[in-house]
Design a protein around this ligand. Structure first.
Ligand code: CAA
Length: 688
């Protein structure tokens, strides 16, 4: 199929890029575009050109799939140079997305006209690279350095009106995009206006320094952010061609880095996660009304998400005081989100009207989907599901938000096990994108598609999981945290372990996380599982001891750390150290130093080992889903790509060595995951 269609209208060459779904600038597109620009240059009867995109979007950027391979001519900078040096004006007509190389293409044109719904941006840093086709030099010439630094270092995407206000677009039109582009060519202002010939607007040096510092902080000083700042600043100090060469060199170096490979991996893994196996690709059950049982933090967050997505929501709780409070809070949150510009005022008002509060079970009779978010206890869940069995309408999906309980055991309380599904949201539920969709042994075959479609409608990232303790995320996190507890007993203090893992890139170390979420939650879970635990398995009693002393973490101002004035103490106190030292002594361990690398590798290999088991047990469909879960739900550094991607980057012999180390540390009960399966599956993912 032709990747570029050309037509002539009123002496104007219309160049329509057609490389669906998102018109990525793959090699054939580049070749066809360059040929079209050469034609525009050479044919005297043509007086100007319009570049636009076929289908739902302008151009989403360079073809990311080509990034792991050698570059093939023609390259984007060559095409953009040809557009700028073409004596006839060229207009970019934008709709859908003009991102990365797509926006750079538009910036190389003489004018940019867009529909209001268009989004524009340079998201390259999110892929571990910088714009590689002039974006770092042309954008600041239109917006100034401070805005360019902010946009390029964050990858922020702007709606057309906002981009117009910043000077990135010339016009925003509500209809007939192509006609508007031709009209611009007919207007008095038409003519060659290469952005590369413009001067960068003057700004105060202290404002530029501030923008730079803010970008470094927000972008965690990742290599792409550092490189972007250096190159963008050259726009005002270095001749265009020279700065362009520096941009390209930095782009190529970054593109070949493991960090960029990891970020590409997670980009595609996120999209792959949405795909269901053939037998589960069924028509989702229609859902319009959602009932949420439990008006606590989790239930309210789910309700807010569903309201914003346009569902009619019934929030049910027998505690009328809590229910009223949650209702008020939801209304306030909707107003606040409208004030912050996250949703429109009309959507906020309309969403408030779609919320009903109910304190009796009869309230759920109309719901197509019921999501329970009550206390994490099997008996409590059973009581709820018995009520759902009585009050929910036939065919309604009965979902549990449990984070680790057995879906089949929960479903046993109903006579309609086939309608039961796990929908595990992460807290805060209206913010976190991850959603684990858990199939039980008896879940009907259309439920997976229903859960995935519902998740997507909430703009979440749904990942299909099998039913097993902790599903994907909590199961792996549990293995990681357990290994960290072993390291406490072996010789490291909580702050050493947290610091090592934060240095690796985790948003927070495991003991800071535990203090934040409340140690009592883990304590309760341990108690619930105590009867099934083999006494020969290694068990670190430190958390239980802390809880017995009333140290539940932040909420009691003491846990692994102290929180006087709400701020975390730098290290653990004498009480905590005494509890840990006593645990080591009881186990007969002579405490020894663990280096930062020891800590990082043991924690990571514990995750990798569990990931391998999860794959063998078919709890995860594919290795890359595990990475998506860890990156989106557990603060795993996105730039490492997830535990499976990390394992892929390691030498096999070191993975084996580390597996032996954690096997010895765990002792009885250690199950060795099959690395071959994990890494083989990963290779298959790569090939797809
Ligand atoms: N290259 C290759 N494939 C791409 C792509 C790209 N730039 N952008 C999207 N795709 C693919 C996706 O992988 C997906 O493929 P499958 O259907 O096989 O899964 C398909 O296009 C549709 O994408 P989405 O599912 O993401 O569709 P969406 O409608 O939800 O979102 C989008 C559309 C906003 C454009 C989104 O795809 C997106 O953000 N794309 C990436 C944009 C980007 O990062 N561009 C910069 C590229 S780097 C660059 O351009 C460097 C440079 O300076 C030269």
């Amino acid at each position: 199929m032709d990747t570029l269609q050309t037509t002539i209208r009123d002496g104007v060459l219309i160049m329509e890029i057609s490389n669906l779904p998102v018109n990525a600038l793959s090699q054939p597109v580049r070749a066809a575009l360059l040929a079209a620009v050469e034609r525009l240059t050479s044919e005297p009867e043509l007086r100007g050109g319009v570049i636009l995109g076929a289908g739902r979007t302008f151009v989403a950027g360079a073809d990311i799939k080509e990034f792991g391979k050698p570059s093939l001519a023609p390259l984007l900078p060559d095409i953009f140079a040809a557009i700028e040096s073409c004596p006839k004006p060229v207009v970019a007509a934008l709709h859908g997305a003009a991102l990365g190389g797509g926006l750079e293409l538009a910036l190389a044109c003489d004018a940019r006209i867009a529909l209001p719904s268009t989004v524009v941006g340079l998201p390259e840093v999110t892929l571990g690279i910088i714009p590689g086709a002039g974006g770092t030099q042309r954008l600041p010439r239109l917006t100034g350095l401070t805005t360019a630094i902010r946009l390029i270092c964050s990858g922020e995407q702007l709606k057309a009106e906002a981009a117009h206000r910043l000077g990135m677009l010339d016009e925003v039109v509500v209809e007939d995009l192509q006609g508007a582009a031709i009209a611009w060519l007919n207007s008095a202002q038409a003519g060659k206006r290469p952005v590369s010939a413009m001067r960068v607007p003057e700004e105060a040096p202290e404002d530029i320094a501030k923008a730079e510092q803010a970008a470094l902080r927000a972008g965690k000083s990742r290599p792409a952010v550092v490189a972007a700042i250096t190159v963008v600043k050259e726009a005002s100090s270095t001749p265009f061609a020279e700065a362009l060469a520096h941009e390209r060199a930095a782009f190529l170096t970054l593109r070949a880095s493991p960090e960029a490979a990891a970020l590409r991996h997670i980009f595609f893994a996120e999209r792959e996660a949405a795909r269901l196996p053939a037998d589960l690709q069924q028509t989702p059950r229609p859902i319009r009304t959602v009932a949420v049982i439990g008006a606590g933090t989790m239930g309210s967050g789910i309700a807010l998400s569903a309201l914003e997505a346009g569902y009619t929501v019934i929030l049910l709780d027998q505690n009328t005081e809590l229910l009223a409070k949650s209702g008020d809070k939801l209304r306030t949150q909707l107003q606040e989100r409208a004030q912050a510009g996250k949703i429109s005022t009309a959507v906020a008002q309309e969403a408030q009207a779609r919320l009903t509060l109910a304190d009796g079970w009869a309230g759920i009779a109309l719901a197509d989907l019921v999501i329970e978010a009550v206390f994490e206890d099997l008996a409590v869940k059973h009581e709820v599901f018995r009520q759902l069995d009585t009050h929910a309408k036939p065919g309604a999906v009965l979902a549990t938000n449990t984070s680790y309980l057995d879906i089949d055991a929960i479903a046993a309380a109903t006579k309609r096990r086939e309608d039961v599904l796990g929908l595990h949201f992460f807290s805060p539920a209206h913010v976190m994108k991850l959603l684990e969709v858990v199939r039980g042994a008896h879940s009907a075959s259309d439920l997976a598609a229903t859960g995935m479609a519902f998740g997507k409608s909430l703009k979440k990232l749904p990942v299909l999981c099998g039913n097993g303790f902790g599903f994907i995320g909590n199961r792996i996190y549990n293995a990681y945290r357990t290994q960290c507890e072993f390291m406490l007993e072996d010789g490291a203090w909580p702050e050493e372990i947290d610091a090592a893992l934060e240095a690796f890139g985790f948003a927070m170390g495991p003991f800071s996380v535990a203090d934040l979420s409340g140690l009592d939650i883990a304590w309760r879970m341990r108690q619930a599982r105590a009867s099934t635990r083999d006494p020969r398995t290694r068990y670190v009693p430190v958390l239980d001891e802390l809880c017995e002393r009333g140290r539940f973490g932040r909420k009691t101002c003491a846990g692994y750390y102290n929180y006087a004035d709400g701020k975390r103490s730098a290290g653990s106190d004498d009480v905590v150290r005494a509890i840990i030292s006593e645990a080591s002594a009881k186990r007969g361990i002579a405490r020894h130093v663990l280096t930062t690398e020891d800590i990082q590798r043991r924690a990571l290999i514990a995750m990798v080992n569990e990931a391998a088991q999860i794959l063998t047990e078919a709890i995860a469909q594919r290795a890359s889903d595990i990475d998506v879960v860890l990156v989106h739900g557990y603060g795993f550094p996105r730039w490492v790509g997830g535990p499976v991607q990390w394992a892929r980057e390691q030498e096999r012999k070191y993975l084996e060595r580390d597996l032996d180390i954690i096997a010895a540390a765990t002792g009885f009960g250690f199950v060795r995951g099959d690395l071959d399966i994990l890494l083989k599956k990963t290779n298959e993912d790569n090939a797809s």
